[in-house]
Design a protein around this ligand. Structure first.
Ligand code: GDP
Length: 446
């Protein structure tokens, strides 16, 4: 994933500080902050934001350590995690809500090549799966082939679409499309506008006119994560002309640095609502700041994983209920693994399991897939009692580990690894439950 290097560097800086032989004194903390700052700046995060983050982490750590004694390890981790979340979070992060009760007209803006048309279709499919009646409009009359591209995507995804080969006025096309879908009582009308090679005045003028004509209920800017620092200028220019309310960040599967896009979010105070993680329709995830930072730092993202599974309508009701109660048994793990192998793409899924994302980067997709299969074999070799347990039965009776390893044709080490991962996941389930208890349930986007 993009930013993977950044995550590794931050992790290293934090572990060096907390494992330092002479304790977590001020000079170790300063060194950690310097390393974190350098990593962020190298990833194109705006320098002012980095300095701000550095000062905030430091003052939080100093405040909690007034007597000069070593700062606690988990406090360092927590403060760094919280401040990174703050960087990608905005106070409006949970304000993007579409409901079926009213008409939603969503206009997409962004430069050519940013992934706008692809994201329109992904967005359409996301809401269609959630029961919305969705229509797509191609208001890009500038680029030859734009309508064909949208038509092809929409047809493949079975989404009704509207566009014209003959009408050259994009405002007119947008207007006709919106009128048609309104008459047909659609819940969600998505308008793809034209992008250009650079920020041209007439592009911005066109957006203003479309905006005034169709009066969108939401405007979303599509931003390519790989454009580095240019993201900030681009976002400001679009903000002035189209006043978008949210961002879809694309191409997070690539190897670009991505920090520029993060800065754009902070500087325009506009939330990211979805991220694009590949060229296919399913490579699209709801953006949640905590999940994002968890994945960035390689600590797994069970909440994102569960959201993903839920969106695929698998039969996993019991697991969800367990998870909401703060529980995650080996049986839940087994069901998720089986679903996962059906789900693909692996890159997206592996990053959500503690430790798997990094493993996949090192060993490649095929080997990861083999490992996932072996994990399923292991769990298939467990008894019902073992699967229904929280895993401690193996600690009390370690001979069970050997039996499972033999039965599944794997090693004790692999069995222990699964037990370790399940323990991490059940920890996340517990944390997530206490988080949900604090926030009150039922919040969220869409
Ligand atoms: P538009 O000109 O902004 O409408 O951009 P397109 O939707 O045509 O996308 C430009 C290119 O980026 C196409 O080749 C897409 O397949 C690709 N693309 C879009 N989103 C993603 C993404 O999240 N990841 C990757 N790897 N490619 C993407």
């Amino acid at each position: 994933m993009v930013l993977a290097d950044l995550g590794k560097k931050i992790n290293n800086a934090v572990s060096n500080a907390i494992n330092s032989k002479d304790g977590n004194n001020e000079s170790n903390i300063d060194l950690m902050l310097k390393e974190i700052s350098t990593a962020l700046i190298e990833s194109d995060v705006n320098i002012k934001l980095v300095l701000n983050l550095r000062n905030k982490i430091k003052s939080k750590l100093i405040k909690s350590n007034l007597d000069g004694v070593n700062v606690k390890k988990n406090l360092i981790q927590k403060v760094v995690f919280d401040e990174l979340v703050e960087l990608v979070d905005t106070d409006k992060s949970d304000t993007f809500i579409l409901t079926k009760k009213k008409l939603n007209i969503v206009m997409f803006v962004g430069l050519q090549g940013s992934g706008k048309t692809t994201s329109c279709t992904k967005f359409a499919v996301y809401y269609q799966r959630r029961g919305f009646k969705v229509g797509l409009i191609c208001a890009d009359t500038f680029r030859a082939g734009a309508f064909d591209q949208l038509k092809q995507n929409a047809t493949r995804a079975k989404i009704p679409f509207f566009g014209s080969y003959t009408e050259t006025n994009p405002i007119k096309v947008a207007q006709l499309g919106v009128e048609k879908f309104k008459r047909e009582k659609f819940d969600l009308i998505i308008v793809d506008t034209s992008g250009r090679h650079k920020q041209e005045m007439d592009l911005f003028q066109e957006m203003v006119e479309i905006d005034q004509t169709i009066k969108p209920t939401q405007t979303i800017m599509v931003l390519d994560a790989s454009i580095g620092q240019a993201a900030e200028i681009q976002s400001k220019a679009f903000k002035d002309s189209s006043n978008f309310g949210s961002i879809i960040l694309t191409k997070l599967d690539g190897h670009a640095k991505g920090g520029g896009a993060i800065s754009a979010v902070a500087i325009t105070n506009t939330p990211i609502i979805f991220i694009g993680t590949g060229e296919h329709i399913q490579d699209f995830e709801k953006f949640q700041p905590k999940s994002f930072v968890s994945k960035l730092l390689g600590i797994g993202d069970l909440q994102g994983f569960m959201d993903h599974v839920q969106s695929l309508n698998f039969d996993n009701k019991d697991t969800l209920e367990n998870f909401q109660r703060g529980k995650f048994t080996l049986n839940d793990f087994q069901k998720q693994m089986q679903n996962m192998l059906k789900m693909g793409p692996l890159t997206q899924i592996a990053g959500m399991i503690p430790g798997m994302g990094q493993a996949m980067e090192q060993i490649g997709e095929e080997e990861t897939s083999n490992r996932l299969k072996r994990m399923v074999f292991i769990m298939d070799s467990m008894t019902k009692k073992e699967l229904d347990s929280d895993g401690y039965i193996f600690v009390q009776q370690p001979e069970r580990i050997l039996r499972v390893a033999r039965g599944s044709g794997t090693s004790s080490f692999e069995v222990e690894l699964i037990l370790y991962q399940q323990r991490m996941m059940s920890k996340i389930a517990l944390q997530s439950k206490s988080m949900m208890d604090q926030q009150g349930q039922g919040q969220g986007q869409g």
